[in-house]
Design a protein around this ligand. Structure first.
Ligand SMILES: *Cc1c(COP(=O)(O)O)cnc(C)c1O
Length: 386
């Protein structure tokens, strides 16, 4: 008996929100994915920066299976063994300014909580975020997101947001006032094109926030959990933010997010909450995932494999590539051509990569990717873009 036509089912009964590619993926292991016909792909997307420990890491699989047989839900009004240990672990791994964590279910929820906590902790209502930044799809998070395509169809949005260009200190200086509750930004803009913040700019952001009593929120939803060669990208900048938002790679694919909180964050009981946040299966999966990141030294591995990939790219100059931007295993190739057709052709060559805007090819492979897999990726890129 042949399989149902899964693509037709999704196209018919799902919402057409995403540009779909021609494969039905059913299985994964490490940095490899397999479709329904058992074709093998090298994954340079990792579910958009989620599978940092690799697909179906045995430690994470075992933790989920065990927890599923023990307990699947505990309301946040009761204590739980896995949730308590995860909270402690997250704070231990975070920059020293972080003292507590709020657990939720996605990146946009972590951002939403940060925006609310910034208002109640400062008594202020305005925010400054970065042009080309991305913070999520709910009404608050989308208000913080610069791209008009994501915002304009849903107006009126949350008021009080202004947007400044990354790495321009004078523009930020002019935008932050005594009404600013928080400045929020990514240290490497993921969706916006793999754009790196510079050290002098981030130092100035921190100083300006402190001078004017605004909180600094760093969105590490994409850069966190070893992606950039450090546990958090903040470490590259010796940065001590007031809040950090995380999600994506935290639980290796089980939905989870968290808002990490410094001492200035004051929230009263009942002001905010969630049914699923800190759920025992997600907490168990996250604990196992963080354990793998530590045991396998994935932060150093990300830097090692990232620099190997960059060397290999440099050995094979490609006329269609304008420049390469990278921090750890977060890589953007600025192309001279549109990225979407390149991604489709790569897919036919069994490599899955991501866009970041119209002309940037973004790679966020699992951090367990090995050198021979990287060689195969570079070979395919070279054949396509030379
Ligand atoms: C993906 C992402 C988000 C949104 O996370 P979701 O889990 O999709 O809601 C927010 N900020 C950044 C930097 C992201 O990469």
């Amino acid at each position: 008996m042949s399989n149902p036509d899964y693509q037709a089912l999704e196209n018919t009964y799902g919402l057409t929100l995403y540009p779909k590619r021609d494969a039905v993926l059913v299985r994964g292991k490490g940095a490899l994915l397999y479709d329904e016909h058992n074709n093998e792909y090298i994954d340079c997307a990792a579910g958009i920066g989620v599978a940092n420990v690799g697909h179906c890491h045995p430690d994470v699989v075992a933790a989920i299976q065990k927890q599923a047989g023990e307990l699947m839900v505990v309301p946040n009004t009761l204590y739980n063994d896995k949730r308590s240990q995860l909270l402690q672990k997250l704070v231990q791994l975070s920059p020293d300014s972080i003292e507590r964590a709020y657990l939720c279910n996605s990146g946009t929820e972590a951002v939403e909580a940060a925006l609310k906590f910034a208002r109640v902790s400062t008594g202020r209502t305005e925010y400054v975020t970065a042009m080309r930044g991305f913070h999520g799809r709910t009404m608050g998070a989308v208000s913080a997101t610069f791209t008009k395509k994501y915002r304009d169809p849903f107006a009126p949005l949350v008021p009080g947001f202004s947007y400044v260009p990354l790495n321009k200190i004078d523009k930020l200086d002019a935008a932050v006032t005594e009404k600013t509750a928080a400045v929020m930004l990514e240290l490497v803009q993921g969706e916006g094109g793999v754009n790196l913040a510079d050290r002098a700019y981030i130092d100035a952001v921190k100083r300006i926030c402190d001078e004017r009593g605004a909180l600094l929120i760093v969105d590490e939803i994409q850069t966190g959990f070893c992606r950039t060669g450090r546990f958090f990208a903040c470490e590259h900048f010796d940065l001590q933010p007031d809040m950090i938002t995380v999600a994506k790679a935290i639980a290796a694919g089980i939905p989870m997010g968290a808002t990490l909180l410094g001492e200035k964050i004051k929230v009263e009981p009942g002001m905010h909450g969630t049914t699923f946040g800190g759920n025992p299966i997600a907490s168990a999966a996250a604990l196992a995932t963080l354990g793998v990141m530590e045991n396998e030294n994935l932060a150093s591995r990300a830097e090692e494999m990232g620099s190997y990939l960059q060397e290999k790219l440099a050995e094979k100059p490609m006329s269609q590539v304008r420049s390469v931007r990278r921090l750890g295993l977060m890589i953007g190739l600025e192309l001279k051509v549109k990225v979407q057709p390149v991604l489709e052709e790569l897919m036919r060559r069994r490599v899955i990569a991501l866009p970041a805007g119209a002309t940037v090819l973004r790679m966020l492979p699992p951090l367990v990717i090995d050198k021979s897999q990287i060689d195969r990726v570079v070979e395919q890129l070279h054949e396509l873009l030379a």
